[in-house]
Design a protein around this ligand. Structure first.
Ligand code: ADP
Ligand code: MG
Length: 394
């Protein structure tokens, strides 16, 4: 299901192969090539819609788009992944629901920019991405952020990163129809090599926090369980509802305003389940702040226990883990990882395991064996490192 690693650009000077392919498809050279990364959330899960803190980082897997402005309002789109061929559309009748398949991501960005008054031109666009699809690494935002960077540059619209974050959110929410927040595109647009992106979801402020795995002798393993449980959508909605109920009963605007020290009192005011949901969010916010502090001081080797505690909280209090994620996390820990947690919305998707480089192979082997023994799907295991955000590469 995953696209092969960087199929067009492996061993090639940046973008050159993509430009050649573009010329073959569209009979002319692209005006430029832009890339934007996927992301991994290091810590801070289900805190975003509670106006809390998240700490994602941009990864070394990117979507690249080669783009050429057209003299009319037509849009021609081609991805190196899948077999849809060139999809033609027009900017004149773009509206939510009008696009199908992967083209809703680039077209959604163009629609959102038009809504903002940007004079979006017709384009020919070739996409090549090595962000795995649907693994919780935000392959969709990687596309959107590459496209918005391209159009921002090509039109001279001069949008600031924060404006691009909001435009891509509009594209996802109103055009694609996915109720996502601002974390993924903030990481993709504002990420920086060797850093995590500390994002306050209340005021949308971003601060880059040093996060380098290699100098600390560590690798970040992603274990994609390849499972997606059918109750994911309902589970997400019900968790959100619990958080809203908790905030209402506790008399705060959002759970962001509840501190760990308030939990004892909250326990007396909330029903058992709502209390556990609230406790996850409140303690998770505290863990993000502690992680930021540790990364700025002792470094990544010190955050393992916070990753573990985050997973336990999601498993026991927020109840969004699943047997495959628990097995990935437990096995990684038992075979040498210094910390591990599920990442993303839950009920499937991927786990991350911060692992000494010397233990990488034993973690890989142990997880593969444990999944085979449990007769689970073969997991996809790979490393990611904190990489640069969206930019023009040619
Ligand atoms: P995630 O963003 O977590 O990877 P989503 O379901 O939000 O998962 O986005 C996955 C979708 O993005 C795919 O179904 C596909 O439509 C689109 N997509 C991602 N990468 C590519 C690609 N290289 N080519 C075409 N479409 C892609
Ligand atoms: Mg997505």
């Amino acid at each position: 299901m995953n696209p092969p690693a960087d199929p067009l650009t492996a061993n090639a000077p940046a973008g050159a192969t993509l430009a050649t392919r573009f010329r073959q498809e569209f009979d002319d050279a692209p005006d430029g090539i832009w890339q934007a990364p996927g992301r991994v959330n290091l810590i801070g899960e289900h805190t975003d819609y509670n106006e809390g803190f998240v700490l994602p980082f941009a990864i070394d897997r990117t979507a690249r788009v080669a783009v050429r402005v057209r003299p009319d309002s037509s849009v021609r789109l081609l991805s190196t992944y899948g077999d849809q061929g060139v999809v033609s559309s027009s900017l004149d009748n773009l509206e939510p629901g009008s696009a199908k398949g992967w083209t809703k991501y680039p077209l959604g960005v163009m629609w959102a920019l038009k809504q903002r008054g940007v004079d979006v031109p017709g384009v020919d666009l070739l996409l090549d991405s090595n962000v795995p699809l649907g693994a919780g690494l935000s392959s969709s935002h990687a596309i959107e952020c590459a496209v918005i960077s391209a159009i921002n540059d090509l039109t001279g619209a001069g949008l600031q990163p924060q404006e691009m974050v909001l435009a891509t959110q509009r594209a996802e929410n109103d055009f694609v129809g996915a109720p996502t927040g601002i974390m993924d595109q903030s990481a993709s647009l504002r990420g920086s090599e060797g850093h995590a992106v500390f994002l306050d979801c209340r005021d949308q402020n971003v601060r880059l926090v040093p996060f380098e795995t290699q100098p600390a002798g560590l690798v970040m393993l992603v274990i994609d369980t390849k499972v997606s449980h059918s109750h994911a959508d309902g589970g997400y909605a019900s968790r959100r509802a619990s958080c809203e109920l908790g905030a209402e009963v506790l008399g705060v605007k959002a759970l962001r305003d509840v501190q760990v020290a308030d939990l004892a009192e909250a326990n007396g005011l909330l029903d058992v389940v709502t209390f556990r949901r609230v406790r996850h969010v409140v303690t998770e916010n505290a863990r993000v702040l502690q992680t930021v502090e540790l990364l700025a001081g002792a470094g990544p080797a010190a955050i393992g226990s916070l990753l573990d505690a985050s997973h336990a909280s999601m498993r026991d209090d927020f109840e969004i883990s699943c047997p495959e994620l628990d097995l990935a996390v437990d096995t990684a820990r038992a075979s040498g990882a210094i910390g591990a947690r599920m990442t993303g919305g839950g009920f499937g998707g991927a786990a991350i395991a911060l692992t000494p480089a010397s233990a990488e192979q034993s973690v890989r082997d142990a997880v593969a064996t444990a999944f085979a023994d449990a007769r689970y799907k073969v997991p996809d295991i790979f490393t990611v490192s904190p990489a640069a955000g969206a930019r023009r590469i040619a």
